[in-house]
Design a protein around this ligand. Structure first.
Ligand SMILES: [Zn+2]
Length: 234
């Protein structure tokens, strides 16, 4: 085995771990966003329940106002009845009074219905709020745990990158550039074994006997003729 292979394998070990860490560091924020979206859905349910309840309260106030104006009209009509001396007019005013009284009955029935609906809406809101706080507890914990993991991974990444720089010192530049080009193209591992049956463990294609001999002689870096990965013997 050419001595360079040992250095490359040590470097590759770091690069494989770095590759894993970078994937994790990309994935974690997405997971955190998904957790936050779950909470946003719960918040939306609370907001909607509140809005419907407020609408219902406004409707109740409206009905109460309508009842009030009709009561005032009745009082005014009764006063007019009291003051009139004409029988016809007295009767006509009485018809108006009973018309408003009927309307008040209808409005009061409507108010009762709205109040009952208000009770249902209030319990829906309570349920939505309970769901929100339960979800919030879980989501906060999940986001924090993921953050801790991401922080650890970032620290590990930094220290591996330092180690990597140290490893590069004294290594052959042209070999490093071949290695890095392959790493960019294929992702780790790019330094792979060739089996006794001449199979490249990177692409699983069988190499030629010439390639096998070159690898076994161990005087130079040999690339798999199919995938280009750097080969070393088992
Ligand atoms: Zn190959």
């Amino acid at each position: 085995m050419p001595p360079d292979i040992v250095g490359l394998l040590t470097l590759q070990e770091r690069d494989q771990r770095l590759q894993e860490l970078r994937k994790e560091l990309e994935r974690i924020p997405r997971e955190q966003d998904l957790a936050r979206e779950r909470l946003a859905t719960r918040q939306q349910a609370v907001d909607e329940a509140k809005a419907v309840m407020q609408e219902n309260e406004v409707a109740i106030k409206g009905v109460e106002l309508d009842v009030g104006t009709r009561r005032e009209s009745i009082t005014r009509l009764r006063q007019q009845q009291f003051e009139t001396r004409k029988n016809e007019e007295y009767k006509a005013l009485g018809v108006k009074v009973s018309h408003y009284s009927d309307e008040i009955d209808g409005l009061e029935t409507r108010e009762l219905e709205l109040m009952e609906r208000g009770d249902q809406l209030r319990s829906s809101l309570t349920e939505a709020e309970t769901n929100y706080s339960t979800t919030k507890g879980g989501v906060d914990e999940e986001v924090a745990t993921l953050q801790k993991r991401a922080d650890n991974f970032s620290r590990e990444t930094n220290s591996l990158e330092d180690e990597r720089k140290q490893l590069l010192v004294g290594m052959d530049d042209s070999m490093i550039s071949i290695y890095e080009r392959l790493l960019k193209l294929r992702g780790a591992p790019v330094v792979v074994q060739i089996t006794g049956e001449r199979q490249c463990l990177g692409c699983h294609v069988k190499a030629t006997p010439t390639t096998m001999v070159q690898v076994q002689t161990g005087k130079e870096l040999v690339n798999c003729e199919n995938c280009g990965r750097i080969l070393y013997p088992q």
